[in-house]
Design a protein around this ligand. Structure first.
Ligand SMILES: Nc1nc2c(ncn2[C@@H]2O[C@H](COP(=O)(O)OP(=O)(O)OP(=O)(O)O)[C@@H](O)[C@H]2O)c(=O)[nH]1
Ligand SMILES: [Mg+2]
Length: 343
């Protein structure tokens, strides 16, 4: 699971990457890309840490990738590096753009490039499939023969593939193509302080319903270097409740369809990242493969219930609120879990 950062040259990609991960990407030389983890801010996690005072604290993380693409092969570098990214974060320069139309134009320019790149892949694939006699085609290829013209029509209209309704089977057969416009995308409009309000107009103008977040990269960078108290003062003076990069990380996490469950104790409080809809054994596997193989039961309590029981496992147990769940249990966001297994 990872988010690839894209954007026109000098749009503020590496600056945003640094704000989110703490890694000064621009100081990393000789690498085609830098990968960094951003901790996912979560009030529930903070509360659990305050309750258990653990020796070790491990919040949920989202990996971001910042590409260093220069020269003639820049586009190729971006394509190769991000072919495995599950989601895209498109940074739009709103600080040096003259006005809103110019910001929208910048956004459109890259989106068009991505759509064109997908279109070339579709056309190539169609050509190849046409050269093969129908009867030797495998079922997945037959599905593609049907599907590719639909994709082509969509792309020729300048629309992203993610807006097409696709069955899970169709999605599966398209996975290996790494289409840009099929992947979920979050757009970050990077503006100056006085333009912080322009995200709404940008959203309207681009027709992007959700998934647009306006930030002022300069302010965010300043804030990142402050103590928590100074940061709070700074936020108060701006009428903000939290830094905007927090919302970006949280939005990226949701965009990737991930949820968290917690393991708690005096040694460690940890937020584990799993795909939404994962059943208990699969959730256990992210801790250790043995937990999945030898899975017996999961002892579970939802976060809210845990808090309303007084915030101790002993009290929750006494109140009969710790549930024993089996292999078919679908783990819920915020579950506090202890696995029983046998290896
Ligand atoms: N005024 C202003 N300048 C910014 C902001 N973000 C980035 N910059 C400046 O824009 C330039 C490019 O920033 P980067 O973060 O390196 O942008 P990038 O998209 O990673 O650039 P490339 O990797 O070269 O494509 C730098 O000189 C930054 O100081 C911002 O929010 N406001
Ligand atoms: Mg950069």
């Amino acid at each position: 699971m990872e988010m690839g950062i894209i954007g026109l040259p000098q749009s503020g990609k590496s600056s945003l990457f640094e704000i989110m991960t703490g890694i000064r990407s621009r100081d990393v030389y000789g690498e085609a890309f830098v990968r960094g983890q951003a901790s996912v801010p979560d009030d529930r996690f903070d509360r659990l840490v305050a309750i258990f005072h653990p020796a070790k604290v491990s919040p949920a993380k989202v990996p971001f990738v910042d590409v260093h693409a220069e020269g003639e092969k820049a586009w190729e570098t971006v394509r190769q590096t991000l072919s495995g990214a599950d989601g895209l974060l498109h940074v739009v320069d709103g600080f040096s753009a003259a006005d809103l139309p110019e910001m929208v134009e910048g956004w459109r320019r890259l989106e068009d490039e991505l759509i064109l790149s997908d279109l070339m892949v579709v056309e190539n694939r169609r050509e190849r499939l046409q050269k093969v006699p129908q009867k030797v085609l495998k079922p997945a290829e037959l599905l593609q023969v049907e599907l590719m013209p639909r994709l082509q029509t969509q792309l020729e209209q300048g629309k992203p593939l993610r807006d097409l309704p696709l069955t899970p089977e169709e999605r599966h057969t398209l996975r290996s193509f790494s289409f840009w416009s099929l992947r979920p995308e979050l757009v970050v409009l990077n503006v100056t302080e006085e333009r912080l309000g322009s995200a709404a107009a940008f959203q309207k103008e681009t027709g992007l319903t959700d998934h647009v977040i306006g930030i002022c990269g300069e302010l965010e960078a300043e804030m990142a270097g402050l103590s928590p108290e100074e940061q709070q003062e700074f936020l108060d003076s701006l009428n903000m409740t939290e830094p905007a990069f927090v919302r970006i990380i949280q939005a990226a996490f949701r965009l990737l369809g991930r949820i968290t469950y917690f393991t708690v104790g005096e040694d460690e409080v940890k937020a584990w990242v799993i795909p939404e809809g994962a059943k208990a054994p699969r959730a256990a596997a992210v801790i250790h493969k043995d937990f999945e193989r030898g899975f017996i039961k999961a002892e579970v309590i939802g976060y809210e219930e845990f808090i309303s029981c007084g915030g101790t496992l002993a009290a929750a147990k006494a109140a009969g609120k710790l549930r024993l769940e089996g292999k078919e249990y679908v783990v819920q966001d915020g579950d506090i879990i202890s696995f029983r297994f046998n290896v």
